[in-house]
Design a protein. Sequence first.
Length: 161
Amino acid sequence: MNVRPAGAGFRAQMPGKPQSAVQELASPFGPLQNHMAVLDLGSQAMVVTYADIPAERATAAHPDAILDGVRKGILGGERRLDQELRLTMNGFPARQLLVTDGKARQGLRVRIALAGRRLHRLFCAHRRAVIGSGSTTRALAGRQIGEDCDFLHLVAAAHLA
């Protein structure tokens, strides 16, 4: 299913119809309106979000500092960063994270992109893919998360085009 929230500046392909929601998100920039599309498939969950950082704060901070702060927020609690890739998505700074959530016993693949002042986040959780501590386990779980999430693509429309 093609998900294209009005005015969001992106589209996502999901294997079903997600639930839409907006929630206030506490951030170092002050409260943000976080727009979400959530699809729960039982052993997997996919979430695509976007939020606009206040213009004066977005221009004052370096994009890497903003992405570092988002990563720090994702890693709260019992989550552990297993891999981080710095990349660009259509010329915009981005990150890909592989994370183990020990409490929820799941692996997460997260992509974050900053397009101007709009922050895009894509989460794919696989409840069976706990990344673990060994490099072989991490590689296998990372591949499992990647394969299971290949059908979920954050595709550029307006802001990421």
